[in-house]
Structures are given as structure tokens and as C-alpha cells.
Design a protein around this ligand. Structure first.
Ligand code: SF4
Length: 710
């Protein structure tokens, strides 16, 4: 095994051409001496799955670290912190180390409290130190990324004493582009910006930079219009790279360099899947993330949906209209193309003609939705509507590309124009693929979002895709989440994600089942019964009284939520308990208030079933009104079900039911977040006892004591 030279990583030399390498603060020559050829680099980081590898033993130090008298226990003791040895955590860490060392895939269900982030981080750190390429850790939520970067990684660095580098990889648009900021603030500003008020925001962003601002959008500590950010952030295809005068101080490229040099990269599923998709395209010169030596996907219960969303197709009417406005808005006479000359005037004419066509094209879809009286509609047949935009967008694209070629004297303007050509290409390709339904094994639908229609397509064969592009690679893939199994089996998860070439590990909860009591009222009507709504209004207060509020009441529809909110207002007033009903205020504010007001209650729908963390007494009671079956009429769900039925299986048993069980487990998982938490769970869906499959929900939970009540 060739040992990497310290922290030197290979930069993507396709971007940094041979003569300009000294523009980069990385001793690339030193690197190249060590790795004489690109081929050697290619093979140094990877081995065949199952092949015995010659990387140093990483299992022993990982096992030692989590031992009852190991460094983790000792550090807690020295720091006066309580420490409890968790065999599940050790188990996960050792299995992760073995999978990384043996380069095979691993899937771990690790319930809340196992301490899964340490259990994959430590093996990842040891493994990364033996590799040229970093280990990438992808998560669904920003909360988890922050926890890893701000808490867990610094802690492990301190306790282990291992010298390793970690970086948070964010999408390009999170970084300020100094070249674009200067361009947007310069002479053409009053013509370029759609609103004069944006100039003030750009000026403030400029001042922020001058005072040492980091260039990272998340660090800006004043309010600004997101539209202003769009005029000064980094954009794909709108970067001059090492030809840019700001390259040496560029925030984005500095961040990229830190990713190249890192041992551990933390990112989100959106960026990970976008990058994974780009890595399949051999013609693409650049990808977002560096090559990796292993992937760890946390919050992997969203894997199928994340992949479908990020590997799919999406064209928004609003997005296309604001793109055109950015080029030229005839209504206020502003835009990038407000320049002198015949060519610019011709382009403005093309846009002025194109905009009504865009309106007419998307109106066809709006009418479809209006006829169906729905916000979502599936398209079954190609060319159901004519592609009214093909000619206009093509004309604009060609004229813009020719105009860009003329701008040799103004490189900034030329780059900006070329980037817009790339974006038109993406609109043209997306609309073509949607109208022709040309992407294989995709479902297509239109959906109303924020008053505008989006054209969407999603692949249905995610298992086949992921098996090919993710699980059959030469790097190990570790998947983990608190909820991956149904009835303690990974069969369903495997069938939906294509997970292969590895092993599975299901860990028990480290908490006692006696921390929870599960109530099932016998007298509830079936959810489709007329009386069901009234019964809910009777039963919810009954169980809220057990804990004097302190509850999440989880609904599957807004309608039902609103009904119960209206009917139970007096109940809450009488008991002086605050009710937060979803829709009344911003979700994160609602959660903050809920945590502060100990007796308060949340009535919530979809977003409260998952990813909400309220440790302690404030959440002592989770009431489930109905099992969370997905809406079968949504095109993506319907198409997935059809695909299963076509293969001769039952869509209900193979998809709808296990999917609902997993979501149910997510909802239940909100209750117990530490060994000191206690509480009750109430199931108000009669199907738990009236249907045979009801038992599957119960059997997928830890062995909580169950009380059937009248
Ligand atoms: S290098 Fe690219 S992203 Fe950085 S300032 Fe220049 S143009 Fe903007």
C-alpha cells in the first residue's frame, strides 16, 4: 500500500491546467512525485470488495476506544461527565471498522441512544488516515451536519489525539463570488438589478466582506433579500477558475481545496446525489466533491426518496420566468442584456416574444390542474401538450451564445453570458425530456407549488440505479438510520434501495422498554367511519390528561388537524395548556416555544413525524391519530405501486404497509431520546387491532408494555 504523503490530496487537474498550477497553494509536484501516474492514483485508494486489503488494522484501535475502560470512558471520567458503556455502540463501531477495512458495504439500524455518530466517525477517521481520498459522510438534515462538525468531530479529535482534517461541503451557491459581486455593484448596476433596493443589499454584502466576512452565506449576520444573493453567489458554469482575478482569495475554491485535503467530508444528501450523478458522466470535467474512499450515509431511511428527487427531473415555471427576467425584464427595463448594440437589442426582442409563450405553455398545465381540481396530476402519454417553447428557447440560446462570443473585451460579461447559455440548455433538455417522456423508467407529473407549476419526473428503478452506481463500486458504503427494518428485517429496505455486496446489523435500543407504556383504546371506530372524527375529539383529551399536555398529536391530514383544533379549543383553555397547531406559526418557532412551555401540545402533520428532537419532560406523550399511509394518489406513490403490481406482487404488502410502518416507527421515536425520558404512546387507529396487518406495527417496536383500554 502506498502511504499518502501527509495530507496531500490530488486536486482535480482538469480544472487547473499545467501552466497555472502555481496558482494553487498545494504542493502538487510533491504529490506527483509520490504518485507517478494518474493510474497509480486511481488504484491506490480502492480495492475489490472482499479482497484482503493491506491497510493497517483499524478494528483493534476502534475496539479499544469503546472498551469499558477505554479512552472514551476515561475522558468522561476525567471531565466529570457521566458515562455509560453501550455495547450496541461498540458493536456498530467494530462492524463499521471491519466493513471499511474489508471494503464491503454495511447497513446498520441503530436506534436513538446508541451513539451512532461516534460509532461511524471513529472508524472513518482511522480508515481515512490510510487512504488518499477522503471519507464522505452524507446526512439528510442540517442539524446533524452541524452536530458532526461542531461537536462530535472536535470531541473525537481531542480525545483520540489523531491529527485529521474535517470539512463541511456545501453547495456552490452558499459561497459569495467576489467577481460577480463586483460586477453586480459596478457601472451597469442600475440596469442589471431587477429592483433598485437590491443595490443596498449588495453594498452591505460588500462591506461585510471588507470587514473580514467569511464569504459563507450562513455567516452573514444581517437580513438581505435572497434575490440579491443570486446576483453575487457562485454559480455552476459561471466561474473563471484560475483565470479569475479573485481566484487566490476565492471562498468557493478555498472550500474546495479544504475538501480535497480533508480526511472527512460532511455533506448533505442533495449534494451527495448531485455529485454521484455527475460522477457517472464521463464527459463531465468537474464534479462537486473529490473522489472518495468510502461513503457513509446517515439518516438513510430517506435514501430512496432522496435518490428519486435528486436523480430526477424538475422544471419550474416560476424558475424559467425569473431566469428570463434576469436576462431582460421588459416590464421594468432591467436585466443583464440592457447593453448597447444591435445584438443585445435583438436578444431583448427575443425575450419579450418568448415570455408570453412561457406563460401560455405553463397555462396549459395550470388548466389541466384546474380541470382536475387538484394540485398534482400525472401525465401518462408523451406529447400530451405541444412543446411551445422549443423554437423560442432554441433561438434565444443560439443568439445568446453568439453574443457571448463577441464579448472578448469584457471577460466578466462573457462568463456571465456563457453561464446563462448553460442554463438555457438545461431548461431545453428538461422540457424536452418531460414532454417526450424520454427518460427510461420515469414517472412524470405536474404539481402546483407556491402558485406556480413545476414539471417533474422521477426514476422508479432506484434499486437498480443505486445497485449499479453506488453499491457495486470499489469503495465501501455504510448506511445507517434509527429506522430501516420492518418486523426486524432489512428485506423491505433492501428491496427499495438495491442494497447489496454487504452485511446488515440491527441493534437493540439501549433504553429500557419500561420507559414507555403503549395505550390502545378498543372502542375507536375505523378511520373511514363517520364517527371517527368525533371519537378523536373524545379520546385525545382523555390521554392528554394522563400527562397534563406535554404531547405531540400526530395527524395525517390538515383537515382532521383543523377539525380537532377547533373542537378542542375550550379544552385547552380550561386547563391552561397552550396548543400549537401546525399552520398557525412557523414550524421551528413552534418547536422552540413547545420546548420552553413544558405543558404545551403540538398538533402536527407530516413534518412532525420525523426529524424532531425534544428530549426531556416537554415531550412525554405521542398520540397517533391514524397510521401514516402515504397518499396513494400522488403520482410517484401510485407509479411505485403499479410497478410492484406489474411484477405480480401486492403493492399494499410490499410498499404501502412497510412504508407506513417505518414512518410510524419514526413518529414513535420522537418520544424517548434519553435513558431518563419516560412517556406514553397512544394509537387511535383501530386497524391496529381490527386488521391482521396491525400487528406488524406493534411487532416493529421495542417490546413496550401494551395496555388495551376501553
Ligand atoms: S474563482 Fe470563480 S467563484 Fe471564485 S470569485 Fe472567481 S469567478 Fe467567482
Amino acid at each position: 500500500m502506498i502511504k499518502p504523503a501527509g495530507d496531500i490530496r490530488k486536486l482535480n487537474d482538469r480544472f487547473f491546467d499545467e501552466t497555472e498550477r502555481d496558482a494553487v497553494e498545494i504542493p502538487l509536484e510533491e504529490f506527483m512525485e509520490e504518485y507517478e501516474s494518474a493510474e497509480e492514483y486511481e488504484s491506490a485508494g480502492y480495492r475489490e470488495v472482499g479482497e484482503i486489503t493491506d491497510i493497517p488494522d483499524i478494528v483493534t484501535p476502534v475496539r479499544d476506544f469503546f472498551a469499558e475502560d477505554g479512552p472514551l470512558a476515561k475522558s468522561a471520567l476525567d471531565g466529570g461527565r457521566p458515562y455509560e458503556h453501550r455495547p450496541q455502540q461498540t458493536d456498530m463501531a467494530i462492524n463499521t471498522a471491519m466493513a471499511l477495512q474489508g471494503r464491503y458495504n454495511l447497513c446498520v439500524e441503530a436506534p436513538t441512544g446508541v451513539g451512532k455518530s461516534f460509532a461511524y466517525l471513529l472508524p472513518a477517521i482511522h480508515y481515512a488516515k490510510t487512504q488518499i481520498c477522503p471519507v464522505v459522510i452524507s446526512t439528510e438534515t442540517i442539524n446533524l451536519q452541524e452536530q458532526l462538525i461542531e461537536k462530535d468531530i472536535p470531541f473525537l479529535r481531542e480525545v483520540t489525539g489523531i491529527d485529521f482534517k474535517a470539512a463541511l461541503a456545501k453547495g456552490r451557491s452558499n459561497y459569495l463570488c467576489q467577481r460577480r459581486l463586483h460586477m453586480a455593484s459596478a457601472e451597469h448596476q442600475d440596469q442589471l438589478l431587477p429592483m433598485a433596493s437590491l443595490a443596498l443589499d449588495l453594498e452591505r454584502l460588500g462591506n461585510w466582506l471588507e470587514k473580514g466576512g467569511s464569504g459563507d452565506r450562513d455567516d452573514v449576520n444581517f437580513r438581505f433579500d435572497p434575490v440579491a444573493w443570486g446576483y453575487c453567489c457562485c454559480e455552476a458554469g459561471n466561474c473563471q477558475g484560475n483565470k479569475c482575478p479573485y481566484f487566490r482569495s476565492c471562498f468557493y475554491w478555498k472550500a474546495r481545496l479544504s475538501w480535497e485535503k480533508a480526511d472527512i467530508i460532511v455533506t448533505n444528501h442533495a449534494m451527495f446525489f448531485t455529485d454521484l450523478k455527475m460522477k457517472q458522466d464521463v464527459n463531465l470535467e468537474m464534479t462537486l466533491l473529490p473522489k472518495w474512499s468510502a461513503i457513509i450515509i446517515d439518516e438513510a431511511h430517506t435514501l430512496e426518496d432522496s435518490a428519486a428527487s435528486h436523480l430526477g427531473l424538475r422544471v419550474s415555471g416560476l424558475g424559467l420566468m425569473s431566469f428570463l427576467n434576469r436576462l431582460f425584464n421588459p416590464d421594468n427595463g432591467r436585466g443583464l442584456l440592457l447593453r448597447k448594440g444591435e445584438e443585445a437589442m435583438n436578444l431583448r426582442r427575443i425575450i419579450a416574444e418568448l415570455k408570453p409563450q412561457v406563460g401560455a405553455f405553463f397555462a396549459l398545465f395550470e388548466n389541466m390542474l384546474a380541470q382536475k381540481n387538484d394540485t398534482v396530476y400525472r401525465l401518462h402519454t408523451p406529447k400530451m401538450v405541444p412543446n411551445l417553447l422549443a423554437a423560442g428557447l432554441g433561438r434565444l440560446r443560439n443568439a445568446l451564445a453568439s453574443y457571448a462570443e463577441l464579448q472578448e473585451d469584457d471577460k466578466n460579461f462573457k462568463t456571465e453570458l456563457e453561464a446563462q447559455v448553460g442554463r438555457i440548455d438545461a431548461f431545453i433538455d428538461g422540457i424536452d425530456a418531460f414532454i417526450d417522456m424520454s427518460l427510461p423508467e420515469h414517472v412524470y407529473w405536474i404539481e402546483e407549488e407556491k402558485g406556480s407549476v413545476t414539471l417533474q419526473g422521477a426514476p422508479l428503478n432506484i434499486p437498480e440505479i443505486l445497485e449499479k452506481i453506488l453499491f457495486h463500486k470499489r469503495y465501501p458504503v455504510i448506511l445507517t438510520s434509527a429506522t430501516l427494518t420492518v418486523r426486524k428485517s432489512f428485506d423491505y429496505f433492501r428491496s427499495r434501495t438495491g442494497f447489496v455486496n454487504g452485511t446488515e446489523l440491527r441493534l437493540d435500543s439501549p433504553f429500557s422498554p419500561d420507559q414507555v407504556r403503549l395505550y390502545i383504546p378498543r372502542g375507536m371506530p375505523e378511520p373511514n367511519d363517520e364517527e371517527y372524527k368525533n371519537a378523536l375529539v373524545q379520546q385525545i383529551p382523555r390521554f392528554l390528561d394522563v400527562t397534563h399536555g406535554k404531547a405531540f398529536v400526530l395527524f395525517t391530514s390538515y383537515q382532521l388537524l383543523r377539525h380537532c383544533t377547533e373542537k378542542l379549543r375550550d379544552y385547552f383553555d380550561e386547563r391552561n395548556i397552550t396548543l400549537f397547531s401546525q399552520g398557525d406559526m412557523n414550524r421551528s418557532l413552534m418547536l422552540r416555544e413547545f420546548k420552553n412551555d413544558i405543558d404545551s401540545v403540538i398538533f402536527g402533520t407530516d413534518s412532525f413525524w420525523t426529524g424532531v428532537d425534544v428530549p426531556g419532560e416537554a415531550l412525554s406523550n405521542v398520540i397517533m391519530t391514524k397510521f401514516p399511509f402515504a397518499v396513494p394518489s400522488h403520482p410517484l406513490i401510485a407509479a411505485r405501486c403499479e410497478r410492484i403490481e406489474k411484477s405480480g406482487k401486492s403493492a399494499f404488502m410490499e410498499y404501502s404497509l412497510p412504508e407506513a410502518v417505518l414512518k410510524f416507527r419514526q413518529g414513535i421515536g420522537r418520544l424517548i431520546r434519553s435513558k431518563d425520558d419516560t412517556g406514553i404512546i397512544v394509537i387511535l387507529d383501530r386497524r391496529v387491532i381490527s386488521k391482521r396487518y396491525g400487528q406488524m406495527f406493534i411487532e416493529s417496536l421495542p417490546p413496550y408494555p401494551v395496555e388495551y383500554v376501553n
